[in-house]
Ligand binder design. Structure first.
Ligand SMILES: [Zn+2]
Length: 306
């Protein structure tokens, strides 16, 4: 099936959604002609000079959709491929760590809860836990399989009362949101003073991105490897420790811990001898990144002021 990308995406010229700035540095292009697999449509990628956020400018929106979350609702098959038990173990670590930092348990919310493993793990550790997710399919799974309290809605749509939660987690969520600052402001309203938020997201200033962008430049292309996967519109905000800190500290939270951590990055799918060289190169970059502390993943624990 061929699709007309002009009909799928609507491009809007917008400021940086973390700091509101309009002073950008152009990093290059991604999508369409500027993408290894020709996915999506060519889009300019910029970096905000004020806070360091990396994002498409103009910003692509699903055309004709009345929801700003249309970019995350077709994630079901990808996430179903992730092992559930690993997610549950991650949830257990988060629930344990939140209790250690807080000195007690209380009400726990997982935003973008997917299949509900984090909510389930927090519940098993004695938290009064619930989750929300824009995908009705996920929420049905979370309720039926993991037997958790989950809602098919965004955080904003839930309209929780002020000071509802002691700990809120967003596992690989913030990079999907068109309005990340609005969401963090809503978090600061629903989290009690002294309560915690945990956010994890890719580090867009890892060695992998820096060298990947240089690699394309050396081959005479203006492509960048940031915001992967970009299409079908997935990651629309690219954070670094600096921009994630800016987002939290300008919207009611104090960062307690910011950690950049190693992980296996998606390796290029090139074929033949060149593909093999690229794969070996990508693994070497991964090891270098780990050694330099500029790995591709990060998380932050932050505490609500007041
Ligand atoms: Zn900015």
């Amino acid at each position: 099936m061929t699709t007309n990308v002009e009909q799928l995406w609507e491009f809007r010229d917008e400021p940086c959604k973390v700091c509101g700035g309009r002073n950008f540095r152009v990093l290059g292009a991604r999508g369409g002609d500027a993408h290894r697999e020709g996915a999506g449509t060519k889009t300019r990628i910029v970096k905000c000079r004020t806070c360091g956020l990396i994002f498409p400018n103009p910003m692509p929106y699903p055309a004709g959709e009345d929801t700003r979350y249309a970019n995350v609702t077709d994630y079901f098959e990808d996430v179903m491929a992730v092992e559930g038990e690993a997610q549950r173990r991650h949830g257990d670590v988060l629930a344990h760590e939140a209790e250690r930092r807080l000195g007690r348990r209380g009400r726990f919310l997982d935003v973008g809860c997917g299949r509900g493993e984090v909510v389930r793990a927090a519940g098993e550790r004695g938290w009064q836990a619930e989750g929300c997710d824009v995908s009705a399919e996920f929420v049905r799974y979370a309720r039926e399989v993991n037997r958790v309290n989950a809602h098919a809605a965004t955080l904003e749509q839930m309209r929780y009362p002020d000071d509802s939660f002691d700990a809120v987690t967003l596992v690989e969520v913030i990079e999907h949101l068109y309005e990340p600052a609005e969401t963090v402001r809503e978090l600061s309203r629903v989290v009690r003073a002294g309560g915690l938020v945990y956010l994890s997201t890719p580090n867009e200033e890892s060695v992998y991105q820096s060298l990947g962008n240089l690699y394309y430049k050396a081959r005479g292309r203006d492509w960048v490897v940031n915001l992967c996967p970009t299409w079908n519109l997935y990651h629309v905000q690219g954070f670094s420790p600096r921009s994630l800190r800016y987002l939290l500290e300008h919207n009611g939270f104090e960062v307690e811990e910011m950690v950049v951590y190693p992980g296996t990055f998606a390796v290029p799918q090139g074929v033949g001898l060149w593909g093999q060289v690229e794969r070996v190169g990508a693994r070497a970059i991964e090891q270098l990144a780990n050694a330099l502390g500029r790995s591709p993943y990060m998380y932050a624990w932050a505490r609500k002021r007041g």
